[in-house]
Design a protein. Sequence first.
Length: 282
Amino acid sequence: MNKLKGIIPVAIILVAIFLIMGGCYRQIDPGEVGIRTFFGKITSQSLAEGLHLYWPIGGNIIVYDVKQQRMNCTTEVFTKDIQTAKIQFAINYSLDREKVAELHQTVGSSFEQKLIEPAVMNAVKDVIGQWEADSLIAKREEAAKLIFSTLNQVLEKYAIQISAVNIMDISYSDAFEKAVEEKQVAMQNAIKAKNITDQKTEEGKQLVIMAEAEAKSMTTRAEALEKNKDLVLYEAVQKWDGKLPVYLMGDVVPLLNLSTPKQERTTSPLRQRNETREGVAK
């Protein structure tokens, strides 16, 4: 009995040495989760950080990284107007640690190649096909949001959580990009020409308004003159500089015919001055 008690500790030490020497342990780091299996059957799931042992025969510990990961992709898809677009994008995702065992059972450790990549390619193909090539670049952010929404609907049931989708570059063939550039130049020239036309049209409208105002003013003045004949004399006096124009022969040119109807005729200072000169001459 005493011999047996001495053998048991030795046996435990030997087994421990055998396990360690045989590599039957696995270190799980922070941001990882482990699944212990025995002949392929899950015996423990969601193993936390630390050192874990497993049976040397038929046992195993499979470790999954549950930190956020980034997958860079490049693919060629068709736009709505059948142009080939080369899309470079990145997907940020992480695994739900509580559902890693289910993911392991349904998909396996190669879930990225079997599940994420096909889902991403299908989502990109479906979303990019909604826009024509020349408008896709301007709609890049909207396209990324649609891809993000589509992927989450497909992958969330597999314990895969998409956190971001970023479209980094969209490129087309050289011929198409040249055609787009020429179209943009033509559009800018058209906008410039339209602005010039609008400016000329506005200037024409202003001229018409000024002409109409001037015509209305002249009509008003003519009507006023028709009603009051003395207004002509009044305006002439207002503009007169006090000097009388003369002919080369010395005769005085009368400023205006200042005669008024007989019943209202009065002698103006200018006429009195001329009559005085005539009397002296006689």
